[in-house]
Design a protein around this ligand. Structure first.
Ligand SMILES: Cc1cc2nc3c(=O)[nH]c(=O)nc-3n(C[C@H](O)[C@H](O)[C@H](O)COP(=O)(O)OP(=O)(O)OC[C@H]3O[C@@H](n4cnc5c(N)ncnc54)[C@H](O)[C@@H]3O)c2cc1C
Length: 320
């Protein structure tokens, strides 16, 4: 799943514009046309996502969202709009989120990656307590990013602010799948494992930076490198096995497997965040903005994992 060599580095300095330009280039040359999850080459899909994460996590965040949207649309028997870049905006952080009421979509959605630059989004809304997925055109005047709501150091270039949706009329053709489709479909958990592949790539990307800069390592540094290699390769093996399981039973319920892959990738990322600064000391964190950015990106992005909440869910499932 992880190549022997790192992918080419993203152009630097990196900002939202460079990331979007690169994303559109990748889309134009077909590099975002990934095998669908469960279609027989899930490992190929996740390897591509890991490669993107290894290259740059902000780029991978947007690429993963787009490819997830394409997979969701396929699962609903639909096609994406030609040449459009998509996001999937489903967060209900802090009690926010979109609401669908009598065919009108409204509300504030947090963490809308690509808010200023993408073309379309799949928005998970609640209609009378039921989840309904709505495809929106981001050129709609009723959909606006809220200034001042995306101020991070890590993942800054993922452009993930709050978005307000102000009374957008929803026609039948904008509704994707039946009510409950977004959360109930098998692809929900397959998509969650794709995110784990991105985290894994991000972890390897930081390790790549360390390996490129280490000239005469001492024994302690070597031990850290060995531990990180082991953590990353163990997660890679788990994901490869999970890909086979998904391909063998694409309509199966793989939620425990997804939780397990995500927890393993989160732990590998934290091994990197814990050990890498002990290998390098503060110098690259203070003098190499690319190195510092990659650490900060990984620290922020891997917090999509809900930590002990998700581990407790695994524990409960294992006991059951
Ligand atoms: C870089 C990035 C990009 C993302 N992009 C997308 C996207 O495009 N689409 C999408 O659907 N989702 C996206 N997400 C969101 C993600 O999927 C989750 O929905 C989100 O991380 C959950 O946020 P939460 O605040 O609800 O955290 P949770 O992990 O659900 O909960 C956090 C807990 O911390 C507590 N808390 C919050 N603030 C404080 C504080 N100041 N002090 C003490 N406790 C506090 C809260 O009360 C809560 O109990 C993105 C996330 C990140 C990090």
């Amino acid at each position: 799943m992880l190549d022997d060599r790192p992918p080419p580095r993203i152009s630097w300095p990196r900002d939202v514009d460079t990331v979007i330009t690169e994303l559109r280039t990748l889309a134009a040359v077909g590099e975002l046309d990934l095998p669908l999850p469960g279609s027989g080459d899930t490992a190929g899909r996740w390897a591509a996502l890991a490669r993107l994460g290894r290259r740059d996590l902000a780029l991978a965040r947007l690429a993963e969202g787009h490819t997830d949207a394409v997979a969701i649309l396929a699962e609903a028997g639909r096609k994406p709009a030609p040449e459009a870049l998509y996001g999937v905006w489903a967060a209900r952080s802090g009690g926010t989120g979109a609401v669908l009421d009598n065919g009108v979509l409204s509300g504030t959605v947090r963490f809308c990656s690509g808010a200023h630059r993408l073309d379309r989004a799949l928005v998970a809304s609640l209609d009378d307590g039921r989840s309904v997925l709505v495809e929106v055109d981001l050129a709609d005047a009723g959909i606006t990013a809220v200034p001042g709501t995306w101020l991070p150091l890590g993942m800054d270039a993922s452009d993930s602010p709050d978005v307000t949706i102000d009374d957008v009329a929803v026609t039948d053709d904008m509704i994707v799948g039946d009510p409950g489709f977004y959360l109930d479909r098998p692809g929900f958990w397959q998509g969650g494992m794709g995110v784990a592949a991105v985290w894994l790539g991000g972890a390897q990307g930081v390790l790549d930076e360390v390996l490129a800069g280490l000239s005469t390592p001492d024994d302690h540094q070597l031990a850290h490198i060995g531990a990180l290699h082991t953590a990353i390769r163990a997660t890679e093996a788990l994901l490869a096995q999970a890909a086979s399981t998904v391909d063998a039973d694409p309509l199966g319920d793989h939620h425990l497997l997804a939780w397990t892959c995500r927890a393993a990738a989160e732990r590998a990322a934290w091994e990197v965040l814990d050990r890498v600064p002990r290998v390098t000391g503060p110098t690259p964190m203070c003098r190499d903005p690319r190195f510092a950015q990659r650490l900060a990106d990984l620290q922020v992005y891997v917090r999509q994992h809900h930590a002990e909440k998700d581990l407790a869910a695994i524990g409960k499932a294992v006991l059951a």
